[in-house]
Write a protein that binds this ligand. Structure first.
Ligand code: ADP
Length: 613
């Protein structure tokens, strides 16, 4: 049997113990059998010898008295018949002095006469019986020989019985030993198996697994080590996952103007600190952001932290004034301080956790301050833009009215008419810029609204292209419209603004004139509009940023006037229709802008509001 093939340590131990017990049982069985066998043989010999001596002693007087041969024979027969056959005496014979048989009981195939030299001692017969001889002493010397045969049958049966009995006892012993070894294996290996199970459960992620440490054996100290290791691991993982979640919750909480003290409280719980937070290094700095375990500001703890922050130049852990302290200078003029009981100085691992959290908190607080001031600046800028745009809009409308009136009045004078037309074109351009600026401020404030209504792109495209043919006579305009319906629920004016932007860019960025092709087709539930030009084109890097606010591609486009708002506004309008805009372009070959508009926007509302980003 290959013991190493048994995978369970418990069954291996049981197998070893039972095997050892079997070897002992078999060995002692063999020894016992051999010694019993020998002693039973001796008994048979003794019995035969004793019988022969008794028979010789009894036969001696019969030979000594002058009996007739017949009487002697009859007496000898009687004597032989008195031998106790029940104790295993098998047979008897009396020989005369010449070695010839006088009496034989029971009759058997013994030779009638034998040399007297052979009628001595004992010998084993072929059937295992023992034959013993004794000399019948007369007055003058030996007068005959007595022989008694002791049967070995009873001895064999005794031996068999005792062998069976002892084998049964040994089998019972092996069984008892088997049960005992099971109990021993459980006693010895139970804790080991528990340890293996616990290690497996920790391996599969259950870090709350603990082992009983009841007694004081080596296994108990192993269990203690295991428990210490697992709780350290559990604590470390909790701290790491806390840090990971704090990394995202801190900036969000700051940004949303929430209270970060509950997060500092969680940190205190993780690290067992009585108080922690960000404190200013000098006067006039931001307010302390402090959490004390009693839920309010712990004055003693906080004043100690404020005092220690003054001299903190690098991350440090020490014990002072009956408290264990960790200070971490972070961004700006602030220091993170964690305070806990002096009996628990911060370990190296804990210092790492504190430093990590301190930086997260410090950076998030700093970012929040920056974000806040940036938001304020943006608000001021948006307000300024909005006011300026509104202020410009009114005089521009007036100028436009007058320039159109002038054009009509001076229509007969081609030179003056050209001047008036020029004024009109410049005012139109300025008005568009101001409108774009106004849209930008609307996006920022979340005040941009669409008015959805059933709209047909076909007449709109025809109108827009016709207008561009007039204002850009040097360019060639192709309009290719699909026969399928080009209708949908859209904001008519805003879509016209999209088309105007795309076509005016196509004209503007084809300074040497060229061909502008406008195509529209139905694509399932959407309508696709493509505006293609043969202008200067846009390189890949610029294509990535085209739709950003105030973005202008450099290079040849630098010479062409613009604010970098047209495509930004265009994309926001398309987005508000739940559509999509993309560009394909190659420098020197031209560009193609594709707008895809779902016929029915996902959420069909009468008004949609675009939030600022
Ligand atoms: P603006 O034209 O006022 O600069 P836009 O937002 O309309 O602002 O366009 C942003 C930039 O994208 C432009 O400055 C220009 O470099 C590039 N651009 C837009 N349309 C085209 C076009 N059809 N061909 C080449 N460049 C273009």
């Amino acid at each position: 049997m290959n013991l190493f093939a048994i995978r369970s340590l418990r069954w291996r131990l049981v197998a070893v113990m039972v095997l050892a017990d079997l070897i002992v049982a078999i060995t002692t069985g063999i020894v016992t059998y051999t010694s019993q066998n020998g002693s039973l043989k001796n008994q048979v010999v003794t019995r035969a010898r004793g019988g022969a001596l008794i028979l010789a002693a009894g036969a001696a007087p019969i030979f000594s008295f002058p009996n007739t041969p017949a009487e002697r024979k009859s007496l000898l027969n009687k004597l032989v018949s008195t031998l106790p056959h029940n104790v295993g005496i098998g047979g008897a014979a009396v020989y005369n002095a010449s070695g010839c048989i006088k009496v034989l009981a029971p009759p058997g195939p013994l030779p009638r006469c034998a040399p007297t030299g052979r009628l001595q001692g004992t010998r084993e017969l072929s059937n295992g019986d023992m034959q013993a001889f004794a000399t019948i002493e007369g007055v003058t010397g030996p007068v005959g020989y007595a022989s008694v045969t002791a049967s070995s049958k009873s001895a064999d049966s005794d031996l068999r019985k005792s062998t069976i009995a002892s084998a049964a006892v040994r089998a019972l012993g092996v069984l008892i030993f088997f049960l005992l070894s099971l109990a021993i294996a459980q006693y010895l290996l139970g804790p080991l198996e528990n340890l293996a199970r616990a290690a497996e459960s920790v391996g599969s992620g259950d870090l709350s697994t603990r082992l009983p440490e009841a007694n004081s054996t080596e296994l108990a100290s192993l269990a203690h080590t295991f428990n210490t290791m697992t709780s350290a691991l559990e604590q470390r993982i909790k701290q790491l996952s806390f840090l990971a979640s704090a990394g995202s919750t801190l900036p969000n909480t700051f940004r949303n103007g929430g209270d970060v003290r509950p997060i500092i409280a969680q940190f205190c719980e993780q690290i067992g600190a009585g108080g922690a937070g960000l404190v200013p290094r000098g006067e006039g700095d931001p307010e302390p952001l402090w959490y004390g375990t009693d839920g309010s500001r712990d004055p003693a703890c906080l004043s100690l932290a404020l005092k220690l922050a003054q001299d903190a130049r690098s991350a440090d852990a020490f014990v002072t004034e009956g408290r264990a302290i960790m200070v971490v200078p972070v961004l700006g003029n602030t220091v993170f301080v964690a305070v806990r009981d002096a009996t628990q100085p911060f370990t190296r691992e804990e210092q790492q956790v504190v430093i990590n959290f301190a930086y997260q908190l410090g950076i998030a607080a700093d970012n929040a301050r920056l974000f806040e001031s940036q938001q304020e600046a943006l608000q001021v800028k948006d307000q300024f833009l909005s006011i300026v745009s509104h202020e410009l809009r009114t005089p521009l409308t007036t100028i436009k009215g007058y320039s159109q009136m002038l054009r009509r009045k001076l229509g007969s004078d081609p030179v003056n008419e050209r001047y008036a037309a020029n004024i009109d074109a410049q005012v139109t351009r300025l008005t568009r810029l101001v409108d774009d600026l106004l849209d930008v401020t609307r996006f920022s404030r979340g005040q941009f609204e669409l008015k959805f209504s059933p709209t047909d792109l076909r007449p709109m495209l025809e109108d827009v292209v016709t207008r561009f043919r007039i204002v850009a006579p040097r360019h060639t305009f192709n309009l290719e419209l699909d026969d399928s319906p080009l209708t949908g629920e859209w904001d008519h004016d805003r879509l016209e603004q999209v088309l105007n932007n795309l076509l005016s860019n196509a004209v503007k960025y084809s300074p040497d004139a060229g061909t502008v092709t406008v195509r529209a087709m139905r694509r399932g539930d959407s309508v696709e509009v493509r505006v293609r030009d043969t202008g200067i084109g846009i390189d890949e890097e610029n294509q990535r940023h085209l739709f950003e606010r105030f973005y202008r591609a450099g290079g040849d486009a630098n010479d062409i006037k613009g604010l970098g708002l047209g495509l930004y506004v265009t994309q926001r309008i398309v987005d508000a229709h739940h559509g999509h805009i993309s560009v394909q372009s190659a420098v020197g070959e031209g560009s193609e802008f594709t707008v895809v508009l779902p016929s029915a926007p996902l959420s069909l509302e009468t008004a949609s509001t675009v939030q600022s980003t």
